[in-house]
Design a protein around this ligand. Structure first.
Ligand code: SF4
Length: 57
């Protein structure tokens, strides 16, 4: 299951720069994670300043 980004995202781009799979891109009003590319590593969640990223269910 891929990680997901909540509405707490402030579009800072930190997650996209640390993702080893290049699975994160800027979407409409917030960044989005490509579920097919996500490796479930959790790196983005650790780096997000607003704690907007969590493991999906
Ligand atoms: Fe990228 Fe890892 Fe975050 Fe998935 S969990 S979006 S692979 S940094």
């Amino acid at each position: 299951m891929a990680y997901v980004i909540s509405d707490d995202c402030v579009s800072c781009g930190t997650c996209a720069s640390v993702c080893p799979a290049e699975a994160i891109s800027e979407g409409d009003g917030k960044f989005e994670i490509n579920a097919d590319a996500c490796l479930d590593c959790g790196t983005c969640a650790d780096e997000c300043p607003t704690e907007a990223i969590s493991a999906g269910e």
